[in-house]
Ligand binder design. Structure first.
Ligand code: HXC
Length: 258
């Protein structure tokens, strides 16, 4: 399908979505988030896709929601035609593994979308921030909730209240990103990680993602019980039989995603 504000491609079992609105530093206008939701839906439906990489340009992953589009909205219109519920949440709802590969600005909604991904690989040029307070609002797509879970209360408050940016090094130190790479290596590194994930059993990878995300939803005892039950259920899959048989006979596993 042809999109106007994003580009998509498939490489092996990896789907790549690239924000492509350079004139506005990939600001997340309605059209872009609608296209993003459609692309994710297509990758989710495609049995041959095992992992997705979401990325932007060298200058910006995304500089946030489109401020010019938002500025004249009112409460009722935002409530009734909630862009967040309609399309943004598609990233958080996406059931397959998804990696954010971030170079340049990931601000406001850009930072929030990156945090909806399973993990963030940052170029050394990456800059993260929740500058909404400078616009007279606060984060509205999960920033006040996901940022403290990622970096702790003190740094999250600092970011949300001062609106300052955090560079890649600070973001890695704080646990917001899993690794930092040279800007030129960003996509290759993200693709390598995505290919490694896509070579695993897809249902097992999806259950693993679901279980890790449960750590943010439930208490420890319930979470451990959830994990154990899902672990036990994995012994009903062919891929568990294949993975363990392959290990025992010293050969590579060939997962069939079932
Ligand atoms: C609309 C944007 C934009 C945005 C940049 N642009 N960010 N347009 N919405 N969020 C546009 C600029 O208007 C400009 O267009 C062009 O992109 C280049 O931007 P410059 O500002 O000229 O670039 P630069 O000087 O390099 O500064 C980069 C920047 C700055 C520091 C990232 O653009 C900036 O502060 N942007 C806004 C960041 C922000 O506040 N994000 C939070 C948004 S609120 P023209 O036409 O002039 O060339 C949010 C809430 C989420 O995200 C809620 C979810 C429901």
């Amino acid at each position: 399908m042809a999109y106007k504000t994003i580009q998509t491609k498939t490489e092996g079992r990896v789907g790549v979505i690239t924000f492509d609105r350079p004139s506005a530093l990939n600001a997340l206008c309605d059209e872009l988030t609608t296209e993003l939701a459609a692309a994710l839906e297509a990758f989710e439906a495609d049995e041959d896709i095992g992992c997705v990489v979401l990325t932007g340009s060298a200058k910006a992953f995304a500089a946030g929601a489109d401020i010019k589009e938002l500025q004249d909205r009112d409460f009722v219109s935002l409530y009734m035609h909630d862009p967040f519920a309609k399309s943004w949440e598609s990233v958080a709802r996406f059931r397959k593994p998804i990696i954010a590969a971030v170079a340049g600005y990931a601000l406001g909604g850009g930072c929030e979308i990156a945090m909806m991904c399973d993990f963030i690989i940052a170029a050394e040029t990456a800059k993260f921030g929740q500058p909404e307070i400078n616009l007279g609002v606060m984060p509205g797509a999960g920033g006040t909730q996901r940022l403290p879970r990622a970096v702790g209360k003190s740094k999250a408050m600092d970011m949300c209240l001062t609106g300052r940016m955090m560079n890649a090094e600070e973001a890695e130190r704080a646990g917001l990103v899993s690794r930092i790479v040279a800007a030129d290596d960003l996509l290759d590194t993200a693709m390598e990680a995505a290919e490694a994930i896509a070579a695993k059993s897809l249902p097992i990878a999806m259950m693993t993602k679901e279980a890790v995300n449960m750590a943010y939803e439930m208490g420890l005892t319930e979470g451990i019980r959830f994990e154990r039950r899902v672990f036990q259920s994995q012994f009903a899959t062919e891929d568990q039989k294949e993975g363990m048989a392959a290990f025992a006979s010293k050969r590579a596993a060939h997962f069939r995603h079932r």
